[in-house]
Structure formats: C-alpha cells, structure tokens
Design a protein around this ligand. Structure first.
Ligand code: XLS
Ligand code: CA
Ligand code: CA
Length: 442
C-alpha cells in the first residue's frame, strides 16, 4: 500500500560518523546499556495527533500540511488512509510504540453512539494493522477538549451531561487501549481548569474531577487492564489556570482522593517549562514521590512562551533528564512519546522523518551520556560527599523521628556546634558534566 512515506527506507543505526542524514547516529536499539537494550529503556513512541493529524495551522493562519487524508471524502475511508500512512511512518522510523487520542484515529459522529461506532471501526482497523507490524501501543487517551461541548471542561464542566459524555468516552477509550495491548492510559486535563474564577466554583469542580478519576481507576480494575493510569500535568493553556498544574500539584490531588498508589504521571518537557520548572525538576519530583510513569518528549521556545511542542535539541537538558529517569528506577511500562510537531513551514514528508530521527538520536545520546555519568561515579560521589553528614549516626537519628525538638536543642548545646560553610562546587560540577556529556558519550 502506497503512502506519503513509502519512498523512505527504514532508518538504520549507522554510528556517529555516518553522513547519511536519515540514519541514527546514537540510537543503536539493541545496544546493552545498564544491563538492558537501549530500546527497552527508552520505549520511543510516535504521536498520532502531531505526526498524522496536525495541519500546520496556528492562531494566525490555516493548514500548511496538505495530506491525502485531509481532503474531501468518506470520513472512515480517509481515517483508514491516515492509518495506512501512520503504520508506514512507523516502519520507516522503526520505533516500538505509538500513541493516540480517539479523535486522531476516527471521525466524530453526530451523536455519542455514532462517534463511538466510528471509533470502534477504526480500533478494529488498527488492530488489523498491528497484526502485521511490530509497533505496539504505548498509550491511548480521549480528546475531551477540541469539540465545543468541552469548552468549559469535561469532568469539571458545570453541566453534568458533559461529565456523562466524557465518562462514556473514556470507558470506550480504556476498552480499546486494553484490546490493543496498550501499556498505559493517559488523562490530560485538556480544559479542566478555568479562565476566570468569576464564573467558577473551584471546590465543586475538583470534587467532580476526583470522582471522575476514581471511576477510571475502578474501571481499570474491573476490566483487568494491566497498564498504568497516568495524569499529564500542565499549568496553563488552553485555560489560564489548569488544575493539574505540575507534578507536585497532581500528587496533592491524588493524595486527597486516595489514588497516589494507583495513578502516576506522564511528564511533558514543554509543560514543565510552562510551569516555571525544568524537565529534570519534574522528573526528579515524580521520582522522589514514586509516581514517575512516562515522558512526553518535546521542547518549548523561550522567546514565545507558549506550548510550541518542538522536537528536542538540547543535549544538556535531556542528559540531566535521563539521569533522573535512571535514578528513579527507569520508565518501566512508560516510554518516551514524541509529543512534538514539525514547524509550519516543514510540510514535506521528509521533514517528518528528519524531525523524528533528530529527536530519537538526541534522547539516545542523552541516555548514553547519563548512563556513562552513573557508571563513572564521580558525579554521584560529589553528591554523596555533600550529604555524608546525614549518613552519620547523628544524621540518621535526626531523621528517624526518635528526637523531639527540645531533645535536639539539648543535643545541639551539648555538642558545642560550629558549622562551617562549605562550597557547593557548582562550577566544578558543571565542568565535570560538560566534559562527560559533550565528549565521552560515544
Ligand atoms: C497537550 C497535551 C496533549 C496530551 C494528550 O498539550 O500535551 O497532547 O499529551 O492529550
Ligand atoms: Ca503531552
Ligand atoms: Ca504540549
């Protein structure tokens, strides 16, 4: 079957010295690193919504990416042409996973019943495609934000009819994710937030959101879905205040509804920066709280300050992010999903291939550099030395809870304390990391 990607051979690993623009230089999928193949650590996924459904439009102009499935015709037939192209792109990139929203793979209908019928027709088609391809489903999700009915939110909508519609949709998306062997089910709170508090009962809306998530977790157990349920934090856009602001906020929400052992997070790089954090900060926070689930790989544009979803290109940031992933015990059932889109002017099919090749290589190179840092041990030794006091008998006692505040006062006076400032060694650490990241990664 011909598609816009048929002209491309499968991208192969050719090593760092290759001058073939469409080869992997760093992503040697089967290379064993820290006891496991690189492809099993990273579990790369292609995002259906950006790579197949995105039109190139922005707030100032319409579509620039004219794809064959975007013209006039029978909506299901067009969705099948899109699916054929998707699996052809997966073949070219040779990546192990993909992700979808219901609305990316199937057309909306007039009613809920018709929308669900279209959806299941396309899930059947994807199942058939997957039987002859090696690409698996990393996660499925529901688009509960594009249609006007969701303009005031999905589960947090003031109208319970929208809650009903959304719950029925998520139930069907979870069924489909399970059927297609998905490793995770993601909930991004598209319009779960508010534009103005003047028309918003925040307490009421958070109750609704907690109930919705509890229903999702109960249903996961009811159908025996073995994937993880993931919430994707984002601080703003489209609403000015999104309830799932960042990892720490999500953790507080999960604790409140008793779901902290049931739900993890899918962390997106550009959402981290929109929240005023770094990607590695969000990963380290989730790692520390034991809720790291999966990653959405991309970057923002510091000069624009909105969710530009560009392919990543910063080796330093990605290396430190991978370092914290490894420290958190890895991505487990999660993976690295390219929630990234080509720029508006990059409308040719080869732009799509170049974008993924660069993103894959950047992440693979960063992972290799992070693994090397850990194996080398110098950086970890500097950190251990900085906190060595807490490993002493006195440090351990302070953390154990056996000393009250007044007992600590007695101890402090008895020991005639005289703590001396010590260098934080920031520049020495930066130099150590720079040497390792930019020269030792091969
Ligand atoms: C939007 C989000 C979205 C989620 C899935 O900003 O990144 O694409 O990843 O709904
Ligand atoms: Ca995302
Ligand atoms: Ca985004």
């Amino acid at each position: 079957m011909n598609s816009i990607f048929s002209q491309f051979n499968t991208v192969k690993y050719e090593g760092p010295t290759s001058d073939n623009a469409l080869a992997y230089r760093w992503y040697d999928a089967d290379r064993i690193v820290l006891g496991k193949a690189l492809k099993e650590h990273l579990r790369f996924a292609v995002a259906y919504w950006h790579s197949l459904a995105m039109t190139g439009s922005d707030p100032f102009g319409g579509s620039t990416l004219a794809r064959p499935w975007m013209g006039a015709g029978d909506p299901i037939e067009l969705a099948k042409i899109k699916a054929d192209a998707a699996f052809d792109l997966f073949r070219v990139l040779d990546l192990p996973f993909f992700c979808w929203h219901d609305a990316d793979i199937a057309p909306n209908g007039e009613t809920l019943a018709e929308t669900l019928k279209n959806f299941h027709t396309m899930v059947d088609y994807l199942e058939q495609k997957m039987s002859s391809h090696s690409t698996r489903l990393l996660w499925g999700t529901a688009n509960l934000f594009s249609h006007p009915r969701f303009m005031a939110g999905a589960s947090t909508n003031p109208d319970p009819e929208v809650f009903l519609w959304s719950a029925a949709t998520v139930k069907n998306c979870m069924d489909a994710t399970k059927r297609l062997g998905g490793s995770n089910y993601v909930l991004w709170g598209g319009r779960e937030g508010y534009e103005t508090l003047l028309n918003t009962d925040m307490k009421q809306e958070l109750e609704q959101m907690g109930r919705f998530l509890t229903l999702v977790v109960e249903y996961k157990h009811k159908i025996g879905f073995e994937g993880q349920i993931l919430i994707e934090p984002k601080p703003k856009e489209p609403t000015s205040h999104q309830y799932d602001f960042d990892v720490a906020t999500v953790y507080g929400f999960l604790k409140r509804f008793g779901l902290e052992n049931e739900v993890r997070v899918n962390i997106e790089a550009n959402h981290a920066t929109l929240a005023g954090h770094s990607f590695e900060h969000e990963i380290a926070t989730a790692g520390g709280l034991g809720i790291l689930g999966s990653l959405d790989i991309n970057r923002g544009d510091a000069l624009l300050g909105w969710d530009t979803d560009q392919f990543p290109n910063d080796l330093w940031t990605m290396t430190m992010s991978m370092y914290h992933v490894i420290k958190a015990g890895g991505l487990g059932q999660g993976g690295c999903n390219f929630d990234a889109k080509v720029r508006r002017q990059s409308f040719t099919p080869d732009d799509m291939v170049h974008a993924h090749v660069g993103g894959v290589d950047l992440c693979a190179r960063a992972f290799l550099a992070a693994a090397k840092l850990i194996e080398d041990g110098k950086y970890d030794a500097l950190l251990s030395e900085r906190y060595a006091g807490w490993k002493s008998e006195r440090g351990a006692k302070l953390l154990s809870g056996e000393l009250s505040l007044d007992a600590i006062e007695t101890l402090a006076l008895k020991d005639e304390l005289n703590p001396q400032p010590r260098s934080g060694r920031q520049e020495a650490i930066e130099n150590l990391l720079a040497r390792s990241i930019y020269t030792d990664a091969v």
